[in-house]
Design a binder for this molecule. Structure first.
Ligand SMILES: [Zn+2]
Length: 137
């Protein structure tokens, strides 16, 4: 058993409507059994073992991506398929609720997220978006 430390001590600040917001940061270490299978936290794709995971993002990063408009399409699609499989006739009606509750999970999340290549790339796109509208005086 080995400990894998994922420090997240970056302080995140952003200019909001009401002034400077300091997004809460938590210093924490996560430890995992390195032989435990890991799945992508966004699309549930198997990533192999903990030590093989290439992309680990802090929950703050995910929160920023979501604020910038990121939607976990794969997760939503899988949920929709699941609802259809359960006999739900109008799964689209529920997707907004599913997305909202997912967002609240992101807000509360304090553990690093393991991501597959695809999800990592899509998250990065949304993180780079920020800054384009931040320099207003
Ligand atoms: Zn993924």
């Amino acid at each position: 058993m080995a400990l894998i430390d994922v420090p997240s001590e970056t302080l995140l600040v952003e200019m909001g409507k009401d002034g400077l917001n300091i997004l809460e940061t938590t210093m924490q270490m996560s430890s995992n059994d390195e032989n435990a299978p890991v799945i992508c936290d966004l699309c549930s794709k198997p990533l192999g073992k903990m030590k093989d995971v290439k992309h680990i993002e802090s929950p703050e990063t995910i929160t920023i991506a979501v604020r910038n408009g990121f939607k976990p399409e794969e997760m939503l699609k899988a949920t929709k398929d699941m609802l259809k499989g359960m006999g739900e006739k109008n799964p689209d009606d529920l997707m907004e609720i599913v997305f909202e509750s997912w967002k609240s999970i992101v807000d509360k999340s304090e553990t690093p997220w393991a991501l597959c290549d695809d999800c990592y790339k899509s998250i990065q796109l949304y993180i780079k978006k920020r800054g384009s509208c931040s320099a207003k005086e």
